[in-house]
Design a protein around this ligand. Structure first.
Ligand code: GLN
Length: 486
């Protein structure tokens, strides 16, 4: 059961091969047995999951099942859930129980999905390895010595290990695509504004976006169809109809124009990753696509621009954690300033503090023009690069990450970690959608192909990824860890 995709599970439920309760129990049993080693989950919601599964079985029996009814998934612990704590991977929110559900959570529950729990993540989604979590690192099921990627590392590893068929992540600078690549699964970051951010704990509000992580593009299409849509609670959420994202999956790719950004195949790209990319591109050519080189000339400035803008927004968003209203509060403060200082010093980890300091600095009166304003101008140029490229081609392709998963503990200085984001971060600055799909291995560690489209081109991206998955079987490989623990 734990090997199947959402689409396959839905067919099995329809055929009465097993019930949602049986499926849920089976997966909860795996989590119980295997997650001690992997650390994918911060909270497992055994009772709520079984209750939701029973409700789903009832509505199926009554002939009211939709495409996702009774299907289990997990939620990154950044989505607020009523009655279940939401930590954002931080000591600051260790005791936080939201009074309401995030819009995404509500929509997925309405669609009949069964949440098994809340997954581990880098603190406040800041990181590329899941090593910044207050709850400890997550291990990559493909190789327990490797990181799963970040910040949605728990979500990616849980899917790869067969603990859950799908999980929801968030992506501010790559946090869905990079862990999907490192764990050999399929992940989609939608267009900024496609999915509501209401109830999603804010890191950098102009970049954050929620998206699906699953085994296949087809499963991502099923989930996105349920997650997307206008929400009056989020003023940046776009009022635009939501298509059925599964409808275009089967469109043939003949005539598809693929662009390969020159800047994504240069220095720093591991040769084995490049070879996997070239093979993937050949597979598309044999499906009838044409390929040409394009240029995204401002790529080089994406990391510096992001690491000004994201910390600036984070420093503002995280000012709400003051020890007064909710979250961690220090013991016996002597006065208000002591309360603020010690609550924040104790509640936040090092990387979060570093970014608050950077953001406060770049937003300060004397430095605002030199840093924040300049970074916003650069951001506009980066966006224009993509708009120009999409005048010539339908999609862009390249690696999701310059290397496969690195070892736990391998990257000690923050800048070498930031450089991980070279191929993912510009996409968030431009607001366009991007996917990572499994496209090979280096040794036993997976490699992800990144596919990018113009704003609101999700249906096209999913179609392109699905056709690739009809022609290749990288997404069907399972880690030895999952097979040994079948
Ligand atoms: N690795 C990037 C960062 O540390 C992106 C994280 C994310 O997408 N949430 O900010």
């Amino acid at each position: 059961m734990h090997d199947k995709t959402l689409a396959e599970l839905a067919r099995s439920l329809d055929a009465g091969e097993f019930s949602s309760r049986e499926l849920t129990q089976h997966l909860l049993g795996r989590i119980d047995r295997l997650d001690g080693e992997l650390n994918c989950f911060i909270t497992v919601t055994f009772d709520q999951a079984l209750a939701a599964a029973d409700a789903a079985d009832k509505s199926r029996a009554a002939g009211k099942a939709g495409p996702l009814t009774g299907l289990p998934l997990a939620l990154k612990d950044i989505f607020c859930t009523r009655d279940v704590r939401t930590t954002a991977g931080s000591r600051m929110l260790d005791n936080f129980i939201s009074p309401y559900d995030a819009t995404v959570v509500e929509k997925l529950a309405t669609a009949g999905t069964v949440s098994l729990g809340k997954t581990n993540m880098d603190e406040f989604a800041m990181g590329s390895s899941n090593e910044n979590s207050h709850y400890g690192p997550v291990k990559n099921p493909w190789d327990l010595a490797a990181v799963p990627g970040g910040s949605s590392g728990g979500s990616a590893a849980a899917v790869a290990a067969g603990l859950v068929p799908a999980a929801i992540g968030t992506d501010t600078g790559g946090s869905i695509r990079q862990p999907a690549a490192f764990c050999g699964i399929t992940g989609l970051k939608p267009t900024y504004g496609r999915v509501s951010r209401y109830g999603m704990i804010a890191y950098a509000s102009s970049l954050d976006q929620a998206g699906p992580m699953a085994r296949t593009a087809e499963d991502c299409a099923l989930l996105l169809s349920a997650m997307a849509g206008h929400d009056l609670h989020d003023s940046t959420c776009v009022a635009r109809g939501v298509p059925d994202y599964t409808e275009e999956l089967d469109t043939p790719l003949a005539g598809l124009k693929i662009g390969l950004p020159r800047e994504y195949f240069g220095d720093g790209l591991a040769p084995e990753v490049e070879a996997a990319m070239r093979d993937a591109v050949k597979a598309f050519e044999s499906l009838g696509a044409s390929v040409r080189e394009v240029s995204l000339p401002h790529t080089h400035y994406a990391i510096p621009a992001y690491y000004v803008i994201a910390p600036a927004e984070a420093s503002s968003n995280l000012s709400r954690y003051d020890g007064v209203r909710f979250g961690h509060r220090c013991d016996s403060p002597s006065d208000l300033i002591d309360l603020y200082k010690r609550s924040r010093a104790e509640g936040f980890g090092d990387e979060v503090k570093r970014r608050i300091l950077i953001g406060t600095h770049t937003l300060s009166e004397g430095f605002f023009d030199a840093y924040y304003k300049k970074a916003q101008q650069v951001r506009r140029l980066i966006r224009q690069d993509f708009l120009d490229a999409f005048e010539e081609v339908d999609v862009l392709m390249g690696p999701a990450s310059p290397t496969p998963a690195f070892d736990l503990g391998a990257k000690k200085d923050p800048v070498s970690m930031y450089l991980q984001d070279i191929y993912t971060i510009a996409i968030n600055l431009a607001g366009i959608p991007g996917m990572s799909v499994p496209a090979g291995f280096v040794g036993n560690r997976p490699v992800g192909l990144q596919i990018l489209g113009n704003h609101f081109a999700e249906a096209r991206l999913l179609n392109v990824a699905h056709q690739f998955q009809q022609a290749t079987d990288w997404h069907r490989h399972r880690p030895a860890f999952a097979e040994e623990n079948a």
